[in-house]
Design a protein around this ligand. Structure first.
Ligand code: ADP
Ligand code: MN
Ligand code: MN
Length: 373
């Protein structure tokens, strides 16, 4: 496996410098989504003192021409602080600052889907929507080959890796555990982690969170994963089907509930929402990956524990359904449902906004399109 030169640097030497006292000033690493809607960028600045709230963080700007974000002659873009986290890489009192991106006319950038999602979330706040997402991903070497796989072949058939342990089953646990620990320090609401079906594939869960916060936490958890991976010389990819053929795809299951769903007779609401969702399948597929379904078509084949991208299905505990009602929810007749269609590289703001529009704002209408797997 080829690996990055910077991962080979002696990090012990760095620690000698990092052991110096910090002094008065504070570092803030601003993080934002780039123009592809999948990548993340960061830029660090010095603050005179520790910011106590998001309001104390200054707006900033950057040159959008290198991040696929600028339009026309003026390439200045604005960074609007949206959520603040402890910086696990430089520790207290330094900060990670997740930002929305605005264009030079102060309108949201094309890939700033948080802006509208927040507006939609605020409209339904009285229904207390909770969202929890299960982010799956795959470790790759810098050569694009899955981490730990034989350099010119495949490991044994997939399966035993799921929740597996041992050198022959769990590939890259050091990174997974570092990521989990670092997320907790940062203040990310990470719910857990497990090894997935394909060797080198893993999952972490975020939430449940009410409203817009889930998306903020998921994006920063992705940032932290990539940042930790950088030190190890490994890449975490969110491609929905990194290895074609008989290998599992990679998704980002979305778990959703409202106050009414969580209470007595909740199942009635769950069934009503699923009925609404069933009438807008293609609308969802378009919202569930950055390429309007074309990425996800490689993953949602109807095989390897997925539904087919062209069909809608729902059921209790059915791993091949578009929407799954967890067994405990079926028994207790209240709780949440799991939308298994979002791709691993989905934008959580796009996914959750679409769900709210149909379930809670009663929007209707669908598109017709046949995807080829
Ligand atoms: P599974 O075993 O089905 O893979 P996980 O434990 O990986 O389930 O993920 C369950 C997800 O459901 C978590 O992201 C969690 O935050 C979310 N979740 C649990 N309860 C609720 C709820 N009431 N509303 C929304 N999401 C929920
Ligand atoms: Mn899971
Ligand atoms: Mn999973």
């Amino acid at each position: 496996m080829s690996t990055s030169a910077s991962s080979q640097l002696n990090k012990g030497i760095k620690q000698v410098y990092m052991a110096l006292p910090q002094g008065e000033k504070v570092q803030a690493m601003y993080i934002w989504i780039d123009g592809t809607g999948e990548g993340l960028c960061c830029n660090t600045r010095t603050l005179d003192s520790e910011p106590k709230s998001i309001e104390e963080l200054p707006e900033w700007n950057f040159d959008g021409s290198s991040t696929f974000q600028s339009e026309g002659s003026n390439s200045d873009m604005y960074l609007l602080p949206a959520a603040i986290f402890w910086d696990p890489f430089h520790k207290n009192p330094n900060k990670l600052v997740f930002c929305e991106v605005l264009k030079d006319n102060r309108k949201p950038a094309e890939t700033n889907l948080r802006h509208t999602c927040k507006r939609i979330m605020d409209m339904v706040s009285n229904q207390h929507p909770w969202i929890g997402m299960e982010q799956e991903y795959t470790f790759m070497g810098t050569d694009g080959h899955p981490f730990g796989w034989p350099s010119n072949g495949f490991p044994g058939p997939q399966g035993p890796s799921y929740c597996g342990m041992g050198a022959d089953k769990a590939y890259g646990r050091a990174i997974v555990e570092a990521h989990y620990w670092v997320c907790l320090y940062a203040g990310i609401k990470i719910g857990g982690t497990n090894a997935e079906v394909m060797p080198a594939q893993w999952e972490f869960q975020i939430g449940p969170w009410e409203g817009i916060d889930m998306g903020d936490h998921l994006w920063v958890a992705r940032f932290i994963l990539n940042r930790v991976c950088e030190d190890f010389g490994v890449i975490a990819t969110f491609d929905p089907k990194p290895i074609p053929g008989n290998w599992n795809g990679v998704g980002c299951h979305n778990n959703f509930s409202t106050k009414a769903m969580r209470e007595e007779n909740g199942l009635k609401h769950i069934e009503e929402f699923i009925e609404r969702l069933s009438k807008r399948h293609q609308y969802y597929i378009r919202a569930y990956d950055p390429k309007g379904g074309l990425d996800n078509a490689r993953c949602l084949t109807g095989f390897h524990e997925t539904s087919n991208i062209n069909d809608f299905s729902a059921g209790v505990a059915n791993r091949g359904a578009s929407i799954r009602i967890p067994p405990t929810v079926g028994q207790e007749e209240k709780g949440y449902f799991k939308d298994c269609r979002p791709s691993a590289n989905c934008d959580p703001y796009s996914v959750t906004e679409a769900l709210i529009r149909t379930c809670l704002l009663h929007e209707t209408g669908d598109e017709t399109f046949q995807y080829k797997n």
